[in-house]
Design a protein around this ligand. Structure first.
Ligand code: TTP
Ligand code: MG
Length: 408
């Protein structure tokens, strides 16, 4: 039976990770609707939900929802501020357990990893048993529940781990991949963002099966580059290896202002701070990026993104800031109050001449990657201050000219 599996890829994703850690550490929270995120301030809080326990999800609370909305939906919820360092420590324990199952591991996010277990499969009586053991060992060693998906490719394994959450184990053997995918909403395929979602809806494509009925050139004409990608994903064709650096698609940071912001100078200094955060992360990972994206959310929650692709790759704060500033100014420096602003860099490539791959970088988890990032963030705090001052200084001479009160 194993011979039918060209590769055996496992995707592990922790259940309600931040909330689960809170419930583990504070037994009084177990069984309760726990909402980790910004301070709800009696319903007036700004910022968003990081995650919600499954008890809280019954009330319709989910990640990235404004905390004020979460408060309205679930006023009886236990609201907890995130403790990043603690989650990172648990993440390290989890990844250490996973590494025992295969050295070929790719950490995707704080609570998620792929394993290629093709070579270690012979150590287990069956694929199902392997999946069970991963789950039970993670639970035994951390007290946390994981959902596991096992399939012949990364994209299918990822969908599978989500399929029976929480505490799920879903195995999709090669001969069942197509049936498994066909029944899913097309939006579940890897890479479907909001834009693709809208296009698919316009085309009347709901399921993967419907998507498969469309020829490649038609999908390409309607969806651009995403067309061929979805054409492959819909057929379960995904050759990407575990630890393929292409999976690190973008690095971004965003910030919700404590008060809706109308002052362009404040917006610019925040942009500089965000550019610095993004650039430092790129440098840390030995990446450079080509496309710079600005995201703006206005007080009325309308959200816009603008991006520009440079002729070269960069990881310089200066480049990222100047492009994001340009995009912001192009936006018309509208008088509309800004609620949230974000800067992202995509189309990443390894630094020329650098041997470091994302695999090496991820292995530096042993050197406590996340902690290093945290320390860097602390430093950005300081350097951002310096920069903010620098920015003020830079703007000061301009004050000789009459400063427009309202941006044009
Ligand atoms: P997810 O794995 O997406 O979510 P989850 O683990 O809370 O729940 P589940 O996987 O069972 O659906 O994200 C992992 C953690 O990352 C999550 O616990 C909190 C954090 N996170 C945010 O802070 N903001 C977000 O928008 C998302 C999606 C996650
Ligand atoms: Mg998770």
């Amino acid at each position: 039976m194993r011979n039918e599996w060209p590769r055996v890829i496992v995707h592990v994703d922790m259940d309600a990770f931040f909330a689960a850690v809170e419930q583990l550490r504070n037994p009084g929270l177990r069984g309760k609707p726990v909402i980790v995120g910004a301070d709800p301030k009696g319903g007036k809080g700004r910022g968003v939900v990081s995650t919600a326990s499954y008890e809280a999800r019954k009330f319709g609370v989910h990640s990235a929802m404004p905390i004020s909305q979460a408060y309205r939906r679930c006023p009886q919820g236990v609201f907890v501020p995130p403790s990043g360092k603690i989650y990172q420590e648990y993440a390290q324990q989890i990844f250490a357990v996973l590494e025992q199952f295969s050295p070929q591991i790719q950490i995707i996010s704080i609570d998620e990893a792929f394993l290629d277990v093709t070579a270690s499969l012979h150590l287990f009586p069956s694929i199902e048993e392997l999946g069970r053991q991963i789950k039970s060992r993670v639970y035994r060693e951390t007290g946390l529940r994981a959902s596991v998906g096992i399939a012949p490719s990364k994209s299918v394994a990822k969908i599978a781990s989500d399929f029976q959450k929480p505490d799920g184990l879903t195995i999709v053997p090669p001969e069942q991949v197509q049936d498994f995918l066909d029944a899913l909403p097309a939006t579940r395929l890897w890479g479907v963002g909001k834009k693709t979602f809208v296009t698919l809806a316009k085309l009347g494509i709901r399921t993967v099966r419907q998507l498969r009925e469309y020829p490649l050139d038609y999908l390409e004409s309607q969806l651009g580059k995403m067309g061929p990608h979805l054409h492959r994903m819909a057929r379960g064709i995904d050759e990407r290896d575990v630890h393929d650096r292409d999976d690190v698609k973008s690095i971004s940071h965003e910030r919700t202002f404590s008060q809706d912001q109308t002052d362009p100078e404040q917006v610019l200094s925040t942009l500089l701070w965000l550019s610095e955060k993004v650039a430092a992360r790129l440098r840390k990972h030995n990446f450079r990026g080509k496309t710079i994206q600005l995201k703006l959310r206005f007080a009325d929650f309308s959200t816009f993104t603008r991006s520009k692709t440079l002729p070269h790759h960069t990881n310089l704060t200066e480049d990222i800031f100047s492009v994001s500033k340009h995009l912001y100014e192009q936006f018309g420096r509208k008088t509309k109050a800004i609620r949230l602003i974000g800067v992202g860099v995509s189309q990443l490539a390894g630094e020329a001449g650098m041997q470091t791959s994302i695999w090496d970088v991820q292995n530096q988890r042993k050197l406590q990657l996340e902690k290093v990032l945290d320390e860097l963030q602390e430093r950005f705090g300081k350097s951002a201050l310096t920069h903010a001052r620098a920015l003020e200084a830079q703007n000061r001479p301009k004050q000789k000219k009459p400063q427009p009160k309202k941006p044009q």
